[in-house]
Structure formats: structure tokens, C-alpha cells
Design a binder for this molecule. Structure first.
Ligand SMILES: Nc1ncnc2c1ncn2[C@@H]1O[C@H](COP(=O)(O)OP(=O)(O)OP(=O)(O)O)[C@@H](O)[C@H]1O
Ligand SMILES: [Mg+2]
Length: 225
């Protein structure tokens, strides 16, 4: 479902050029749970941003269900980000002045769904990730880190994306909470056939995914298990 070929992203600052992503080739099947490891500065976040159409490649193609996102019009890209991609960040990125349930309803509002349908699906998703009814009405500041991350996973799932991109989703959580969030992503990949690509520094976590890629200076290599 995801085919990346000759993908390149070059940053120029002053006279210096950084090949953050350098001629990468790989593909991922539907429902696969994939981890990406690599040291700081190896290009992990740059790659994820391009897969999620938050940044444009300087070369190569990213085909999602056969369509190259690098050559999509802006209007199409907005639809792609809204319907096909769910993002989960290390720092949760919930909107502070909206309650948990309002945060989960928001992407569905962008997708044009009516209020009743939004409320129903947001409640179901929050139940699925283990958020209690009284917690659903709280703003993120009144939830723990693990609870906020579970809300952000529910938000990422709101529009039934085909891919979830997670950049160090357990980076700010203690070991036990991190494991819970990871298990949740794993279950989703298998039950809903959502493709999940997770960046992690935790080799234990990486070892439990279907496949692992290691990035090194903008190059990608699959780690054989
Ligand atoms: N906007 C930018 N302008 C210039 N250089 C950039 C930009 N964004 C990233 N880079 C450079 O590209 C390289 C890859 O950065 P990236 O953020 O993808 O690394 P990373 O693997 O996510 O690292 P970390 O584990 O620290 O999050 C780094 O050398 C970084 O300095
Ligand atoms: Mg990063």
C-alpha cells in the first residue's frame, strides 16, 4: 500500500547541504506494524513528515495505494492528510482548550461529519483506548501523559486512516505506560488492518513489530530478525 522510491530530502542552510533523506527505497503492506530506529539526526522525523505530506520531497516518489503524494495538488493533499493519515507525536499535541472528546471530534469536523456522528464515534474510540467517561470531558492539562497519548491515538483514528505515523509516541511515558500505548497500537494494526509506522528509540519495542528499518545518515536498511 506504501511504496517509497528514490526518496530524497535535501536541506540547504547557507552554503551547506544536508541530505536528511538520501535515496530511500522501501515498501510497506496494509496492516503491517513497522518500526524505524536510528540515532538522532539520521532522518527519522524528516521521513515521517514526508510520508504524512507535511513536507515535500526534493526527489523521488511516495505512492500510497498507487497514487504519488509528491505530485498531488494542495487541495488533494489536504484531503490526503485528513482521510488517509493519522499522526501521533511524542508531545501528544492535543489542543489545550478543548476537552478530550472535542479533540477527538475535531478531525471529523474537518471531514464534514455531523455532530451526532462525531460524538458517537469519539466516545467509542475513547472507550476503546481506555478513557473513562469523566476523563472525556476534561481538558488535556487535567489528564496524565499516558491518558493524553491515548486520547491522541483516538484522535489519530477518528477518520479511519489507512496509515498511522507515530514519532516516538512512548518517548515521554514511563515504561509501563509506554508498553500499554504500544500494545494499543499493535492491536489496532492487527484488528483494524491499519498500517502503523512508529519511530522509536526503544529496541524492545522495535523487536516486537513485524519489521524494523534502521536509518543511518539518510539511508534506510531493513534489520533482519
Ligand atoms: N528544516 C531543516 N532545515 C535544515 N536542516 C534540517 C531541517 N530539519 C532537519 N534537518 C536536518 O536533517 C537531518 C535529519 O533530521 P531529523 O529531524 O529527520 O532527525 P531525527 O532522526 O528525527 O532525529 P531525532 O532522533 O533527534 O528526532 C539532521 O541533520 C537535521 O539537522
Ligand atoms: Mg525526530
Amino acid at each position: 500500500m506504501l511504496q517509497v522510491s528514490h526518496l530524497t530530502r535535501t536541506f540547504t542552510s547557507g552554503t551547506e547541504e544536508v541530505q536528511a533523506v538520501n535515496d530511500m527505497d522501501f515498501s510497506v503492506e496494509r496492516g503491517e506494524f513497522v518500526s524505524i530506529i536510528g540515532k538522532s539526526g539520521s532522518g527519522k522525523s524528516t521521513l515521517l513528515s514526508m510520508l504524512g505530506a507535511l513536507d515535500k520531497p526534493t526527489g523521488g516518489t511516495i505512492k500510497v495505494d498507487g497514487e504519488d503524494i509528491a505530485s498531488m495538488s494542495d487541495a488533494k493533499l489536504i484531503r490526503y492528510r485528513c482521510h488517509k493519515i493519522g499522526f501521533v507525536f511524542q508531545s501528544y499535541n492535543l489542543i489545550p482548550n478543548l476537552t478530550a472528546i472535542e479533540n477527538v471530534m475535531l478531525p471529523m469536523e474537518f471531514a464534514g461529519r455531523d455532530k451526532e456522528a462525531r460524538e458517537k464515534r469519539a466516545t467509542e474510540l475513547l472507550e476503546q483506548v481506555g478513557i473513562e467517561p469523566d476523563q472525556m470531558e476534561r481538558k488535556p492539562g487535567k489528564l496524565s501523559g499516558g491518558q493524553q497519548q491515548r486520547v491522541s491515538i483516538a484522535r489519530a483514528l477518528a477518520n479511519k486512516p489507512s496509515v498511522i505515523l507515530a514519532d516516538e509516541p512512548t518517548g515521554n511515558l514511563d515504561e509501563q505506560t509506554g508498553k500499554m500505548v504500544f500494545d494499543l497500537l499493535h492491536t489496532l494494526a492487527k484488528q483494524e488492518k491499519t498500517t502503523i509506522i512508529v519511530v522509536t528509540h526503544d529496541l524492545d519495542i522495535a523487536g516486537k513489530t513485524d519489521r524494523t528499518f534502521r536509518l543511518n545518515d539518510g539511508k534506510i536498511r531493513e534489520v533482519k530478525k
